[in-house]
Design a protein. Structure first.
Length: 642
């Protein structure tokens, strides 16, 4: 039966275009305001800018791009948002603090905590940068990613009589997906639902979805599915929304002995990762030294031809360029010929090195965090597509509330899961959490289908300990404060209380044991301001000095994909009206709760939070399976109920 709620594929894609345009306009306008209004200090604090910076060496990289190294002089602690592929602009600031922007943009080729390598357009840009005093660099509006996504949507709308047109009708239309029939493969090292998922991937002619709730071994399953697919196909494309997710899956594939070619730069920079990047492989190819010499000769001849203008020099340059192109093609064919997996972000799958290449299968990891338009960028190159992720965890990052409200945050994976449930495999055995921690998310998000593996079901840190605790701050003067659009809210008394509870629990376990067994702790708050305040408290405290390596403080987004022995969550919101803002996005709470292996401690004002059905249910659940502790005003010892 056709599903009449499905928009026609064309209408659906046109709607995506409109929503993406909303997001584009909003982000561009925000950037304009930030550039014109926001001071440099605020930009630095938000990770949008480095100032002042040193310039280091400049050179031509393996792709024949002119690059310059940049190092930040101050504030090396602040986390920044510079990463591979992002556009940047340079500026100078005079003594009167007037800012002047240079009229060219660059692109980040590599970034770590304090150093960046930036691709710049030409040698005159290099002269401007090197001649500047009081130089700074800031993120520029990312036109390229949007242009790539708009192109992909337009291509998909126009597609007729080809595989993309068929996939369009299957993925977002009413055409049912087809399956190959074959005898299922046994994988004794996987659990039953993982084995079923791999077999469903192998059977799918058009689409399969591996739905992996927290701790259920989604990556293990996906790696197995890719490995098995490579027994049947020569090469596959593996993508994800973020560089970090691409690195993670690539590393696991390399561990299985698979030859991976990584397009774009890894964020997890270590020798193992670098050795399979396209640039590093390109440079270590036997033909590269000849190519490098030819490129150098071309640059030198260009310099001469400007001054002399000789015809024979031009002819020489043309001949050298032909030879360089020939070598580039040969090196490329060799690299792509050897690789079994091509790995990149969804946007980078449009990279010029992949022009004209097709893949029988595309795997998209963390697909529930990817914009639909970004998925179509890669799908254009594939005959079938496998999504892996969990749409009950973090959604894509969308800045424009209106675009999100109208459905831009509804991912392609989510749509297919809803309209083609037969293509979904839910992984049901989790290997991370004590059963008490797991049970509530299972009830609320996964139709109570998750089971705990026997080895984790009852695991805890202390005998006779309670796995779940909620410290209720109702009645205390713990009020939230609004800090500003980007940082949201802060609740300082609650932050102090959280650090107090952490210290108490470390004492309870025993300092020596925590250090010896490397028991680790995650402190999570949905609000950036609270996270930054908690980090300050940690830095100032002498008690926590020996434990700093074991304590991570971050937002929910910063904890995606991670886990810790003990998780403490500061919910921040405390007001008369029961306003909880973006705590309404319950997927975030699912992520926060499910980071914990053995102990979960929540701090929050129950009178504010429990007006919402989810938090009311969670509170009641902890009352039943754990313990609620009421923090009494001006009183050290909490009163315990349940």
């Amino acid at each position: 039966m056709p599903n009449h709620n499905i928009l026609s594929p064309i209408l659906s894609l046109q709607q995506q275009q409109q929503l993406l345009q909303l997001e584009y306009d909003y982000e561009k306008e925000t950037f304009r305001q930030q550039t014109q209004v926001m001071g440099i200090t605020r930009k630095i604090k938000r990770g949008l800018c480095w100032y002042p910076v040193f310039t280091g060496r400049s050179y031509y990289n393996s792709l024949n791009q002119l690059v310059i190294e940049i190092e930040r002089r101050e504030d090396k602690e602040t986390e920044h948002n510079f990463e591979y592929g992002r556009p940047v602009c340079f500026f100078t600031q005079d003594a009167a603090e007037n800012v002047r922007y240079f009229n060219f943009t660059g692109q980040v080729s590599y970034a770590d905590d304090e150093r960046m390598v930036i691709v710049i357009p030409n040698s005159s840009a290099l002269t401007d940068i090197q001649g500047a005093e009081r130089l700074g660099v800031q993120l520029y509006f990312d036109e390229t990613s949007y242009r790539t996504m708009f192109e992909a949507l337009a291509d998909t709308i126009r597609a007729k009589g080809n595989r993309l047109a068929e996939l369009k009708d299957i993925l977002i239309g009413s055409v049912p997906p087809a399956r190959r029939s074959f005898f299922p493969v046994r994988f004794p090292w996987l659990n039953m639902t993982q084995e079923e998922a791999v077999n469903k991937v192998l059977q799918a002619k058009d689409v399969a979805i591996v739905h992996g709730p927290p701790g259920t071994g989604k990556t293990t399953t996906l790696v197995e599915a890719i490995y098995e697919t490579l027994h049947r196909e020569n090469q596959v494309l593996v993508c994800a929304q973020s560089n970090m997710a691409v690195d993670w899956i690539s590393e696991k594939l390399v561990d299985r002995g698979i030859n991976v070619l990584r397009i774009g730069n890894p964020t997890r920079v270590n020798d193992k990762m670098l050795s399979f990047t396209y640039e590093r492989r390109f440079e270590s190819h036997p033909d590269y030294s000849e190519l490098w010499s030819i490129r150098k000769a071309i640059r030198e001849l260009h310099g001469k031809s400007r001054s002399a203008g000789h015809e024979n020099i031009r002819a020489k340059i043309a001949a050298l360029k032909d030879r360089a192109t020939e070598l580039e093609i040969r090196i490329n064919e060799s690299l792509f010929g050897e690789a079994r997996v091509i790995a990149s972000t969804l946007i980078s799958s449009a990279n010029r090195t992949l022009t004209g290449r097709r893949f029988s299968t595309l795997f998209i990891d963390e697909a529930a965090q990817a914009l639909e338009a970004a998925c179509w960028v890669a799908i254009r190159k594939a005959d079938r597509v496998v999504f892996a992720g969990d749409h009950c965890q973090l959604p894509p990052t969308i800045k424009c509330i209106e675009a999100a409200r109208r459905g831009l945050d509804r991912t392609l994976m989510q749509k297919i899961a809803a309209t083609k449930p037969e293509s979904v495999s839910l992984l049901k055995v989790q290997y991370r959490m004590n059963d008490d921690i797991m049970h509530f998310p299972s009830l609320w998000f996964y139709h109570n289908e998750l089971k705990s593996a026997p080895e984790v079901k009852y695991r805890g840190i202390l005998d006779y300990d309670t796995t779940l605790e909620w410290y209720d701050t109702e009645g205390c003067e713990y009020k939230e404060e609004f800090i500003g659009e980007n940082f949201g809210r802060i609740n300082k008394p609650e932050a102090h209380m959280l650090m107090e509870k952490l210290e108490e629990y470390i004492h309870k376990i025993g300092i020596a044991r925590v250090l010896e067994e490397r028991i680790d702790f995650g402190l999570i708050s949905p609000y950036k301001a609270q996270v930054q305040y908690l980090r300050q408290l940690l830095r100032r405290s002498n008690f926590f000095k020996p434990f700093r390596q074991l304590i991570t403080i971050n937002t929910v987004d910063g904890f995606q994909g991670q886990e810790r022995d003990v998780i403490l969550i500061s919910l921040v919101r405390a007001n008369e009206d029961g306003q909880i803002g973006f705590l309404n996005d319950l997927r975030r709470m699912n992520v926060a709760i499910t980071r914990a292996r053995m102990k979960l401690i929540i701090l929050g004002d129950a009178s504010t939070l429990t007006r919402h059905a989810f938090y009311k249910k969670l509170y009641e659940y902890i009352q039943e399976r754990g313990v609620i502790k009421h923090i009494m005003p001006h009183q050290e010892d909490p009163e315990v109920t349940s």
